[in-house]
Design a protein around this ligand. Structure first.
Ligand code: HH2
Length: 292
């Protein structure tokens, strides 16, 4: 499908979305993330990985200090800041792409914005940080990703039920956009994301992917975060366990192409170089179709 064009604003950055799919490289500075936990918990190693992702063609870096995998415990504010801040401090002046902070806590967001981050990636879509987070984003002119999750990471995979997954997620995101606008965040600063794997069975995730084009009606750029997630393994392996996390790259790439074809503007991924290639090719297919 033809993607809508947007100019996404985040701090002093303007990202033109809708022609070239943008890649958000994941940098988890956590000890326990589902696919790369512990790999970049050391700030020195995190910086090396950040620079590597920039070289591989990432358009945005998304730095997170709290795992949101199913069953993950909450991380206290102080600890999350302790994990994220040293990396942001070391990256200052070293990277020339915008940095996003993957957090739901206004205190962490504020500390990160003070250290050069320009986007807040909130997997709770302002339900945790509430008005304080919304006002902070508005005041600072930051970008904001609003993501759908059913419940919390502790509870979300306990028998999630939907009648119409894409319809219900759309309704949730529409309300979240309303809350953000009400707090004074302009629409041009928003990105929305259906939250693959957040309170969804493999079948729900596949419904969201197959029906991804329905999210275009929200009137915001669309982000898809499917990289290495368990539903990819589940579909490939034919069981709930499916392919282990290290064997999900090709499935992730197929999912990425499917999402781009259905209107995704941005992909949140661990394997930047591979996704850049898939995105460039899928973009070229879309462009060829448009120019016919
Ligand atoms: N997925 C994860 C974390 N943050 N943010 C958005 N907007 N969309 C997503 O799909 C998304 C996200 C989970 O992946 P990861 O960060 O690799 O794992 P963990 O939460 O275990 O650190």
């Amino acid at each position: 499908m033809k993607r809508s064009l947007f100019e996404f604003q985040a701090g002093a950055w303007t990202l033109r979305l809708g022609r070239e799919t943008k890649i958000m490289g994941v940098l988890n500075v956590t000890p326990d993330s589902f696919s790369d936990g512990g790999a970049y918990a050391d700030p020195g190693r995190a910086v090396v990985r950040a620079l590597e992702m920039e070289r591989e063609g990432a358009h945005i870096l998304d730095i997170g200090g709290e795992s949101t995998r199913p069953g993950a415990p909450l991380v206290p504010v102080k600890e999350e800041i302790r994990r994220v801040l040293p990396v942001l401090k070391r990256l200052r002046g070293k990277v020339s792409i915008p940095i996003s902070v993957d957090t739901s806590k206004w205190e962490v967001a504020e500390a990160a914005l003070n250290e050069g981050a320009v986007i807040v990636n909130d997997v709770t879509a302002l339900r945790s940080g509430g008005k304080r987070l919304a006002k902070l984003v508005a005041r600072r002119g930051a970008g904001l990703v609003l993501m759908h999750m059913l419940g919390t990471p502790l509870t979300m995979q306990k028998k999630p039920v939907y009648r119409d997954p894409a319809g219900e997620v759309c309704g949730f995101l529409k309300r979240a956009i309303g809350v953000a606008l009400e707090a004074g965040i302009p629409r041009s600063h928003l990105v929305v994301d259906p939250g693959f794997g957040f309170g969804k069975t493999p079948a729900h995730n596949m419904e969201l992917l197959a029906g991804f084009s329905r999210f275009a009606s929200l009137g915001c750029p669309l982000l898809a975060g499917m990289s290495r997630k368990s539903f990819i393994g589940s579909v490939l392996g034919g069981s709930v366990l499916g392919a282990p996390v290290g064997d999900r790259l090709y499935g992730s790439l197929a999912a990425a192409a499917a999402a781009i074809e259905r209107g995704a503007h941005l992909l949140r991924v661990h394997d930047v170089a591979a996704h850049r290639q898939v995105a460039a090719f899928t973009d070229a297919v879309l462009l060829t179709k448009e120019n016919r």
